[in-house]
Design a protein around this ligand. Structure first.
Ligand SMILES: NC(=O)c1ccc[n+]([C@@H]2O[C@H](COP(=O)([O-])OP(=O)(O)OC[C@H]3O[C@@H](n4cnc5c(N)ncnc54)[C@H](OP(=O)(O)O)[C@@H]3O)[C@@H](O)[C@H]2O)c1
Ligand SMILES: *[C@@H]1O[C@H](CO)[C@@H](O)[C@H](O)[C@H]1NC(C)=O
Length: 287
């Protein structure tokens, strides 16, 4: 029995991995914000799976580094909202259509108490929210045709109030409102385009570590595994994806029955003595 288990479990794992890899083989995928972090890891996974990918970011040099490792794949730069339509058009010309739109990029914000800067929130909404909307609108005709998928990378900070990332959290909550409502309309209209909202906890990307490693009391999860889970969730057309499950889905169960307790749990994850007032640091910051 023991020996059978030793052979059977890895074998089943292999079959599952193979099946999942074959699901994305030959698929045409856009990944935004793929010059670093989770987006970069998704690009590598997709290349290994044999997908046709188009990656975007603002910084040309960083993106070229990633593209170099991917050899034959297309590389498009996305600077701001005006480029959203451009990126999608590029998919039409260079990939000949689109099966999956992965919205992952995020603008720089600060880590600290809300500083009252309304202009910053407006700008961050443009990058983290409105550009997601614009790209979805542009890509929808192609996604309808392919019966494709939209994957939206969000955060625990987009499901429950998080201190010290007020502007960032606001943009992530907006994503939930827009895409969850849109999913409802897709159902009603029999539009077969899946929408997967990804709720991530603290992930070990350079910028998140730099911003929050010394302030958060929780250990970060690995970005490579996170990237793979996001792709799996999208390929399986899941409604929502939680990573890691234990630090996202489980605490969220408290939200409706014990919201105060959940709030307190969230607050207890920070070393409050190390929080500065309004200093500019990074975005995704652990949530
Ligand atoms: N790491 C975490 O702990 C964590 C937790 C929860 C959720 N998330 C979410 O996961 C996603 C990826 O996070 P990450 O940690 O991998 O971040 P990251 O390493 O900072 O990557 C962000 C990407 O977005 C691009 N970008 C930044 N500003 C942009 C702009 N104005 N227009 C277009 N692209 C822009 C960046 O490239 P350029 O700078 O070259 O433009 C980069 O490729 C985000 O949606 C984030 O909210 C992360
Ligand atoms: C929706 O599209 C997926 C992927 O093409 C397909 O597997 C599924 O059967 C479709 N569902 C309906 C109801 O057409």
């Amino acid at each position: 029995m023991g020996r059978l288990q030793k052979i059977l479990i890895p074998f089943l794992g292999l079959v599952l991995a193979f099946w999942f890899y074959s699901m994305l083989k030959g698929k045409r995928v856009i990944v935004t914000g793929a010059s670093t972090g989770i987006g970069e890891e998704m690009a590598y996974h997709l290349a290994r799976m044999g997908s046709h990918i188009l990656i975007t970011a603002r910084t040309e040099t960083k993106l070229q580094k990633v593209n170099g490792k991917l050899s034959t794949h297309t590389c498009v730069f996305m600077a701001d909202m005006a480029f959203a339509e451009h990126v999608v058009k590029e998919a039409q010309t260079s990939l000949g259509g689109l099966d999956m739109l992965i919205l992952n990029h995020v603008g720089t914000s600060y880590f600290g108490y809300f500083d009252g800067d309304v202009g910053h929130i407006r700008k961050l909404l443009e990058i983290n929210f409105l550009s997601y909307v614009a790209m979805t609108v542009s890509a929808l005709p192609m996604l309808k045709e392919s019966e494709g998928s939209i994957v939206v990378v969000s955060s625990m900070a987009g499901k429950v109030g998080f201190p010290f990332t007020v502007p960032y959290s606001a943009t992530k909550f907006a994503l939930d409102g827009f895409f969850s409502s849109l999913r409802q309309e897709f159902h009603i209209q029999n539009i077969n385009v899946s929408i997967t909202l990804c709720i991530l906890g603290f992930i070990d990307t350079d910028r998140a570590l730099h911003a929050a490693a010394d302030v958060l009391l929780v250990p970060p999860a690995p970005r490579t595994e996170c990237a793979l889970e996001i792709l799996k969730g999208g390929a399986l057309r899941r409604r929502e994806l939680y990573y890691r499950y234990g630090s996202t889905r489980l605490p969220l169960l408290l939200r409706d029955c014990a919201a105060e307790l959940l709030d307190r749990l969230v607050r207890s994850r920070y070393r409050l003595d190390r929080i500065g007032t309004g200093q500019r640091r990074h975005p995704s910051a652990g949530n």
